[in-house]
Structures are given as structure tokens and as C-alpha cells.
Design a binder for this molecule. Structure first.
Ligand code: SF4
Length: 367
């Protein structure tokens, strides 16, 4: 069997950038490979972030592209293939062709541990490859293991095996509690999540060792590793920690997160872009389109040029309609109202207020 590869994908967003810094500096013994899947349509800030990371960490970030032999940008190449049919949240061919396929080609059939920057304060699971040779690990969360691993580990039919294994694991003062929890079947009155959380609360490191021992009996990539430094990881990192890592390292937070003031009919508001990804990404909110139009008019114009033959980025209006003065005023006013209701947050980053946007969208693009 080939040696297990440890790979970390940089999406261009803050979380994966912070993860690269975190894992590389905290666990230098891990032989990490870094990659980014380039759509050819990212904001300049994303390319700058990648350069900053390379310099700060002294690493090479492998640039992966779908349709690498094409003379066009990857997105344009596939758009042509799809006959001009723009991707949308219901037909996300872009994620598959520009992110997932290049990544899966890159790792091939090698056993791979893929590090994913989903934070401890997020509910989403992130991209989990369905390929058996790719195992995802989430270092920012209390539970670093993927759902499929947990489901297998805590399945009722594995209870006896787990009980036997747990005898060799030191849960400290919570030994008895851990033992009783492992010995309790999952059913309608005791869910898998409850069981998982009790064991994590009992002792995170001990739980990690239990999972690692269990994995030895499976064909997951980690089964062949003699040790795994993240077993000793019991830190949980949330949004503030991410900004702190980026700022303190000097790598910096991508400039598109910075709030910019605007005024509409005597009222003041602040806008920014909330995440990485293609400049025309259909997941962005109306106010982000306005931000793009006012802060990067050239990119907005390019996004407009894609709207033809009846295809538009948004479901209910075209980009041309969106920038009519009355429409933009309305978008801004509604946005100000929404912001006023939401929070009086002191953070310099709007993403702290716009937290609902983070759970949506593409976990391969916005990490
Ligand atoms: S950022 Fe948006 S448009 Fe670009 S590949 Fe991801 S989902 Fe598609």
C-alpha cells in the first residue's frame, strides 16, 4: 500500500488559510501537502492570500485546475461544454468540475488524510469525498472525525468490540461514565449525537485514541499510520480565533472581508464580501452583488457578460436589473434594516454579523 498522504486544500477563504497555519505550525511532524483548486475566476485578494501563505509558511501550494490542457480559464472551458448554462445552487456543475474532480484526480488512488477547516462554531460537515481512499479530519472542532467514521464507531453492532477496546483507554475520572456510555445502545431515546457528545465531554483525547484504535480494524487511510499527532488535540477554534491567527501571523485577512461604508437616502451602512470563491458566485447575497458593482465594476461587468441566452446568475432578476438605481437603493435599505435588527457586534468584520451566510453554499469553495 502506498504511503498515506496528508493534504490540505486552500479555498481562498479565511478558515482554510488559518488551518494551514495552525496545522503546519502546531504539528510540524505532519508531512503536509497544500493545494488550491483554481477556477480562474477568483478575486485578486484570493490569489494574494495564497502568495502570502506560501511566503509565511515557506511552502508550495499546488495549483490544481480542471481542464488543464485547455487554453481557456477552467470555468470558461466548462461553461462552453455546458452550452452557456450558468451553474446555480440547484445545478452546481462548477463545484464538481472545478473543485472536486481536480482534487480527486490529484490524489488518485493514494490513501489520503484531508484536513478541512470547518470551525468549532459551525454546524455544517464540509466536503466529504465519497472515495474510500480519502478520509477527512476537522482539526478546529472538538470532534475531529467525519460523520461516517462516527456512525461506524458507535454503531450498535460494534458495541462489544468498542467496550473491549475502551479497557485500554484512560478516560481519567470519567472512566466509568465513558464505559457506561459505550455500553448503551443508540435508539430513539439515545441518539448517536448524544452518545458522541457524552464521550467527547468525558475526555476528548481519550475518545480520539479510542477512534484511532477502532480505525485499525477498518480500511480507512489512518488505519495504516502508526501514530497521529492530532489525537492529542482538544482545542476548539471559533471565528474569532481564525481572524486572530491570520492577523497575528501577518498573513492577513483577505481584504474583501473589510467593511466599507456606504450611504443611501441619508442612512449609513457598511458592506463587504462574506466569502471567497468566484467573483460571480451565485451564492452571494444581493448586497454583495452591489458591493461587487461599486467596488469592482470591471468584474461586475464581466459577470454581466455571462448572462445571455436567457441564463442569469440570480433566479429572479438579471444583473442589469439589479443595478438600476431604485433597485440598488432598495437592496441597500433592506440590508441596513436587516443589519440593525441583527446585531450591535463590535467586530471589524461583517462576516461576524452575516453569520447565516456561512452555513449556506459550497463547502468546497467557502472554507
Ligand atoms: S465559488 Fe461559486 S461559482 Fe465558483 S465554483 Fe464555487 S460554487 Fe461555483
Amino acid at each position: 500500500m502506498s504511503k498515506v498522504r496528508h493534504v490540505l486544500g486552500i479555498s481562498g477563504g479565511k478558515d482554510s488559510a488559518a488551518l494551514a497555519i495552525y496545522v503546519k505550525t502546531k504539528y510540524p511532524s505532519i508531512d503536509l501537502e497544500f493545494y488550491t483548486c483554481d477556477t480562474g475566476k477568483e478575486l485578486d485578494e484570493t490569489y494574494q492570500l495564497i502568495k502570502n501563505l506560501e511566503v509565511y509558511l515557506g511552502i508550495k501550494i499546488e495549483l490544481l485546475q480542471g481542464a488543464e490542457k485547455s487554453s481557456e480559464d477552467p470555468f470558461d472551458h466548462f461553461l462552453k461544454m455546458y452550452g452557456g448554462f450558468l451553474p446555480s445552487s440547484n445545478a452546481r456543475w462548477c463545484t464538481k468540475k472545478l473543485k472536486l474532480d481536480p482534487f480527486e484526480n490529484y490524489v488518485g488512488s493514494d490513501p489520503v488524510i484531508s484536513y478541512v477547516g470547518i470551525r468549532g462554531d459551525e454546524e455544517r460537515e464540509g466536503y466529504i469525498s465519497t472515495k474510500k481512499n480519502i478520509q477527512s479530519i476537522f482539526p478546529f472542532r472538538k470532534n475531529i472525525w467525519s460523520q461516517d467514521v462516527v456512525a461506524k464507531l458507535l454503531a450498535n453492532q460494534n458495541m462489544e468490540q468498542l467496550l473491549a477496546m475502551s479497557k485500554n483507554i484512560d478516560f481519567g475520572k470519567n472512566q466509568e461514565k465513558a464505559f457506561q456510555t459505550i455500553n448503551r445502545k443508540v435508539d430513539t431515546s439515545f441518539t448517536l449525537d448524544q452518545k458522541l457528545n457524552i464521550l467527547l465531554d468525558a475526555n476528548v483525547k481519550a475518545f480520539n485514541h479510542l477512534v484511532f484504535d477502532f480505525l485499525k480494524t477498518t480500511d480507512y487511510p489512518l488505519a495504516t499510520e502508526a501514530t497521529f499527532p492530532l489525537l492529542e488535540n482538544d482545542e476548539v477554534l471559533v471565528r474569532d480565533d481564525i481572524f486572530k491567527i491570520l492577523e497575528e501571523s501577518g498573513v492577513g485577512v483577505p481584504a474583501y472581508y473589510n467593511k466599507i461604508e456606504f450611504e443611501v437616502n441619508g442612512k449609513k451602512g457598511e458592506y463587504a464580501r462574506s466569502r471567497s470563491g468566484c467573483f460571480f458566485c451565485f451564492f452571494q447575497q444581493k448586497i454583495e452583488w452591489v458591493w461587487l458593482y461599486e467596488q469592482h465594476p470591471d468584474l461586475y461587468k464581466k459577470a454581466m457578460e455571462y448572462e445571455k441566452d436567457g441564463y442569469t446568475w440570480g433566479q429572479f432578476e438579471s444583473l442589469e436589473e439589479l443595478i438600476q438605481p431604485e433597485r440598488m437603493e432598495k437592496i441597500k435599505e433592506e440590508y441596513i434594516k436587516r443589519m440593525e435588527k441583527k446585531s450591535k457586534a463590535k467586530s471589524p468584520y461583517l462576516v461576524d454579523i452575516l453569520d447565516d451566510v456561512e452555513g449556506e453554499g459550497c463547502a468546497a469553495c467557502f472554507v
